[in-house]
Ligand binder design. Structure first.
Ligand code: TRP
Length: 535
């Protein structure tokens, strides 16, 4: 074990390999696996999603994860400084840009988690009861049956979710208070719990009459969709997000591993755990969709936030129990991911500025919480609810479109180019191969240097063309910038403002941090992590 001087304690080190695997898979498994995967798979036609998905996993996801883990174990630093060590200043800029993007994404990730927490509270109360409206004033009308849609829009149109957002940020920072030590404690409880809950939901789904049809829909290969570039774009963005790639998270976590960690083995384990969970979650959700013939029209959130509660409300018994169960699962899975996102930002601040963990956390917390609150602003700007209703939801939709679909893939593209060509993919491969049984062949170099950059460039280019030509993104065929098709009197400037604001913010943050001098607070950094780790 490493000596416990203050620099070691500040930077952190995992206690065991299991601790790391739980933390990394806890990071990977989150809203992406439950909320976004199901909605993507549904939107892109179940079995049509499957082939692009597996190609995305093997051709891109696993190799990029090996690379991001190696950055951490080779340098003992988090993302920006690891890239700086291996590929120079340009690398550091890309690293900080990705950290600024992580901040943007974390802001609304936590808002969504706040809504899930509100739904959890609602599940104890009136969410799943017939004739119920949201327990707050809002624009709700009583409905005959339980209506999660009504409840949800009633809820986001109040100030209550802001409390939930503050609570989630509070818990996230608490779980990070002593770095790897507290993360490890949390994931030892939360990650097994997540699996148990999900397996419970799957069994429940499959036991319902008709549940198996949902599974068939998800698993029957359907080759019609694969000619559609959007399906591929959806699968690649989903894979990056689901595996926690492109925002520095996995590099930060791997930087607390010893140098001799087996990055191939770890990547395979984490990706299979993640994608296994994702498909199991898909089974649980699609089973309910088919049992209750639910039709989740509309936004990304509608499947898990409307359709699933709706299905649960139809259970012959155990309605409250399963309602609480489902949202508790979403909150726990999301928390372990939020923890990793915030650690992925705090860790490089500690490395770069030589500040304490508490200070680094507050540098993330203060802007982060303000941003999350902004996404929870309940003022209704789209009275017809044809768009996204509240100001918060509209902002979330617009920011998500740019930050989610461009940041991760752009960082993925740039990191592969920098490491593949500036450092040399063969150097990474050689470093990885020293410590692994599954030796990487020269194919790895070509994936990193050519294949992945080519695919990502194509997907990014196609997304750009799509965004500038279809006004409502996925839901409108009219020409124009993404979002310009929404009806929101007084706020028509938002679709133009958001991409400009997001780009300016991320580039300025990246430039400022890159230009600062690195203060090394951990001069014993070589000893910070033990050379080998017990299993
Ligand atoms: N992978 C997580 C999910 O599926 C979210 C997440 C955590 C993430 N850290 C990340 C996504 C880093 C991208 C990059 O919900």
């Amino acid at each position: 074990m490493a000596d416990n001087d203050s620099s070691t304690a500040e930077r952190g080190a995992w206690n065991s390999k299991l601790g790391f695997i739980l933390a990394a898979s806890g990071s990977a498994i989150g809203l992406g696996n439950i909320v976004f995967f199901a909605s993507n798979a549904y939107q892109y036609g179940g079995g049509a999603f499957y082939l692009p998905y597996f190609i995305a996993l093997f051709v891109m996801g696993i190799p990029v994860m090996i690379t991001e883990f190696s950055l951490g174990t080779m340098t003992g630093k988090s993302f920006p400084l690891a890239l700086q060590k291996l590929a120079g200043k340009k690398g550091e800029f890309v690293g900080w840009w990705s950290i600024a993007s992580a901040l943007t994404i974390t802001m609304y990730y936590i808002t969504i988690l706040g809504w899930a927490l509100s739904m959890l509270v609602g599940a104890f109360g009136s969410l799943l009861e017939p004739g119920a409206t949201a327990p707050f004033e809002g624009m709700t009308e009583p409905t005959a049956g339980p209506s999660a849609v009504t409840w949800f829009f009633g809820m986001v149109a109040t100030w209550w979710p802001m409390l939930a957002v503050v609570a989630i940020w509070g818990v996230t920072v608490l779980l990070l208070w002593r770095g790897t030590e507290t993360i490890e404690k949390a994931v030892r409880i939360f990650v097994p719990m997540m699996w148990l809950f999900m397996i419970g939901l799957v069994i429940n789904g499959l036991l319902q009459p008709g549940g198996v049809d949902g599974v068939l829909y998800l698993f029957t290969p359907n080759l019609d969709g694969i000619a559609d570039v959007r399906v591929w774009q959806g699968a690649f963005a989903q894979m990056f997000f689901s595996l926690s790639l492109g925002l520095g998270t996995m590099t930060a976590y791997a930087s607390y591993l010893p140098k001799d960690a087996d990055n191939v083995n770890n990547s395979l384990l984490v990706s299979f755990l993640n994608c296994g969970f994702e498909y199991i979650a898909g089974v649980a959700i699609f089973a309910l969709l088919f049992v209750y013939a639910l039709n989740p029209a509309g936004t990304t959130l509608s499947l898990s936030f409307f359709a699933i509660p709706q299905g649960i409300a139809g259970f012959p018994f155990g309605v409250k129990f399963f309602g609480v169960f489902f949202f508790l699962l979403v909150v726990i899975a999301g928390l372990t991911s939020a923890v990793s996102l915030v650690e992925g930002m705090a860790s490089p601040l500690i490395d770069k500025l030589g500040i304490s963990r508490a200070k680094a956390l507050s540098f993330v917390l203060v802007p982060g919480i303000l941003g999350s609150l902004l996404f929870a602003v309940p003022s209704i700007i789209d009275t017809g609810l044809t768009g996204n209703g509240t100001l918060g939801l509209t902002l979330l939709d617009l920011v998500d479109n740019w930050a989610f679909r461009y940041s991760l893939l752009t960082v993925g593209l740039l990191e592969c180019l920098l490491l593949g060509w500036v450092l040399g993919a063969d150097k990474i491969r050689a470093a990885v191969n020293v410590h692994t049984k599954f030796k990487l062949g020269p194919w790895f170099d070509w994936l990193i240097k050519l294949v992945i950059p080519a695919i990502l460039s194509f997907v990014i280019f196609f997304t750009l063309v799509d965004d500038f030509t279809s006004a409502g993104g996925k839901f409108a065929e009219e020409g124009g910038l993404y979002g310009s098709g929404y009806t929101m009197p007084g706020y028509e400037w938002l679709p133009v403002f958001i991409p400009i604001a997001w780009l300016t913010f991320t580039i300025v943050v990246a430039a400022v941090l890159t230009s600062r001098r690195t203060v090394d607070a951990a001069p014993h950094e070589a000893d910070a992590v033990p050379d080998t780790l017990a299993v």
